[in-house]
Design a protein around this ligand. Structure first.
Ligand code: SF4
Ligand code: SF4
Length: 136
């Protein structure tokens, strides 16, 4: 279990973890009135949910600022209590893309070197994901 203390970092990280993420279509539609960062494009796809292995419809809400559509101006989440599973486990370091660049899973500030290493790994993983999506 991770013990992130995001309030200690928000003035610097600006919630960089809260980028554009795929959302279950049903979840998105059920919470559409809570959107604070309106998407200008909605991409849809059908895939297996890695959290429960069930096939579902997903959407990617593409926003101008490339932040999550539920991220408020003060960098807090408009749906924090019901945020998606991937957001709940973010920071547990089970895979590089779930590791916060700013703090480790115990809330300790990362060194500049550790932060840079993680940033490089995350960039590679995102590029790989986008390439796979284009090939589908
Ligand atoms: S998990 Fe990391 S990047 Fe995300 S809000 Fe917390 S400190 Fe910032
Ligand atoms: S749903 Fe909330 S916690 Fe998850 S990425 Fe969006 S703003 Fe961040």
């Amino acid at each position: 279990m991770c013990k992130l203390v995001c309030s200690n970092f928000l003035d610097k990280c600006h919630a960089e973890c809260c980028g554009i993420i795929p959302l279950e279509k049903d979840f998105y539609n059920a919470n559409i009135e809570k959107i604070v960062n309106k998407p200008h494009d909605i991409q849809e796809y059908h895939d297996i949910d890695p959290f429960d292995n069930i096939e579902k419809d997903f959407i990617i809400p593409v926003t101008e600022n490339t932040k999550c559509c539920f991220l408020k101006d003060d960098y807090t989440c408009a749906i924090y209590e019901i945020r998606p599973q991937v957001c709940k486990i973010y920071g547990d370091e089970s895979v590089p893309q779930l590791s916060c660049h700013w703090q480790d899973k115990n809330g300790n500030k990362r060194s500049r070197q550790a932060k840079r290493l993680l940033e490089r790994k995350t960039k590679k993983n995102i590029e790989r994901f986008l390439k796979q999506r284009k090939e589908i």
